[in-house]
Design a protein around this ligand. Structure first.
Ligand SMILES: [Ca+2]
Length: 401
């Protein structure tokens, strides 16, 4: 009798969960032996679960997808607009004149546009910086620019394309670029697009598609490949590759304190995922198109051997969202309770999550249902983290409540 009551209770609970659209399956921690071991436990540990509010900081940007800083001591922030401009926020005020306007060079619509700007550690001395966009032909471009005599305005004539990657399809263009703690430029490239990676680019070390690259841009022109890149000298492999097996790593970021690399990889039809890489520990195969998240791809197949693959730290299914947007690890002063918390969101569902780890392992919790199409996050020179609404053009600061 008791067994029957428990059984019917269980059925009721299952039905209740399935029937309630507002309570999706939360992201789950993937417990994989191949997952990277934490190299550091940041101190102090954040208050858990974090309670946050989004405070409107600025508005009227045109499809903002990234807020970053130059690391030059100026305290300025730079906002990347998908439509092709980089704008400056100085002393808390957006400047009316763009830092850079490449709308004439950029293709937009769908998953195309101006994606990112990145400033090298020696930017204060050299004035050189980098942008990533899809050009008029739809191909991926990384270009170097220089500031003009006015530090708030770049010289449009200084453009030098240092990398151009042919895109076989219009979608999955990656788009993030950022300097690692080692001073090298990291570049995300999607698998080339379509669906299901028809060219198998993710598992092919002979193409730059489906990867994160690591290149040395300190040269006068172009770039060189660091000698200690993981695939240097391997026959048939592109030496620029740092990590591979990625589908569409639209957003990655480095923890400003630990140097760990957080990669959010957009899924195919079932699973969105976050991967966390120990600082300086590349050469990893993140599994696509053998696996989507921790699940064999295509669905219903037995799956390839997981040997040599790095599985995600966390993943979520379609009832929680359909397109992951990676953010940043909070390292600011304003909300000390959030120290060490990584924020990410889903572009379609508008859900905002916090991920962090304790001595017992990773933990993940939803912190807001924003209802906003979040296509990007930001982190300023002070380590504060921002959420960017690509539709309304409003930028919100994440603060502890
Ligand atoms: Ca993966």
């Amino acid at each position: 009798m008791r067994r029957a009551i428990i059984a019917s209770l269980a059925v009721a609970l299952v039905l209740g969960t399935a029937g309630c659209a507002s309570e999706p399956t939360p992201p789950v921690i993937v417990d994989e032996p191949s997952a990277p071991e934490p190299t550091t436990t940041p101190e102090p540990e954040p208050v858990w679960p974090p309670e946050v509010e989004l405070t409107e900081a600025w508005s009227r940007f045109d499809q903002p997808v990234l807020l970053t800083h130059a690391g030059d001591g100026s305290g300025r922030s730079f906002v990347v607009e998908l439509t092709g401009r980089v704008m400056v926020i100085d002393d808390g005020e957006p400047l009316p004149v763009p830092f850079l306007d490449v709308r004439d060079l950029v293709s937009t619509g769908g998953e195309r546009g101006l994606f990112a700007v990145a400033f090298p550690p020696d930017f204060a001395e050299t004035g050189r910086f980098y942008i990533d966009y899809t050009d008029r032909a739809g191909d991926s471009v990384v270009a170097r620019y220089r500031v003009s005599a006015d530090p708030d305005v770049a010289d449009p004539d200084s453009a030098e394309v240092i990398l151009r990657v042919k895109q076989p399809f219009s979608n999955h263009n990656g788009g993030q670029i950022a300097f690692g703690p080692d001073g090298y430029l990291y570049v995300a490239l999607g698998d080339g697009g379509s669906g299901g990676d028809p060219q198998n680019n993710g598992q092919d070390l002979g193409t730059l598609l489906g990867t994160i690259l690591r290149i040395d841009v300190s040269t006068a022109t172009g770039y060189t490949v660091p000698d200690d890149n993981p695939f240097v000298g391997r026959a048939g492999a592109k030496p620029e590759i740092w990590d591979y097996g990625l589908r569409n790593p639209w957003r990655f970021s480095f923890d400003a304190l630990t140097g760990e690399l957080y990669i959010a990889d957009v899924g195919q039809n079932a699973w969105e995922e976050i991967n966390v890489e120990p600082a300086g520990n590349g050469g990893r195969n993140y599994g696509w198109r053998l696996y989507e998240g921790s699940h064999p791809y295509p669905p219903g197949t037995d799956g390839a051997s997981t040997e040599g693959l790095t599985m995600p730290v966390v993943e979520y299914a379609r009832d929680a969202g359909k397109s992951i947007t990676g953010g940043f690890v909070y390292r600011g002063e304003r909300s000390r309770d959030l120290a060490g918390v990584y924020f990410y969101a889903d572009y379609v569902s508008g859900r905002l999550w916090a991920l962090s780890r304790s001595a017992d392992g990773w933990r993940n919790v939803e912190v807001a249902e924003t209802g906003m199409p979040i296509a990007g996050f930001g982190q300023d020179a002070d380590g504060e983290v921002y959420v960017l609404d690509v539709a309304s053009g409003v930028i919100y600061r994440i603060e502890s409540r």
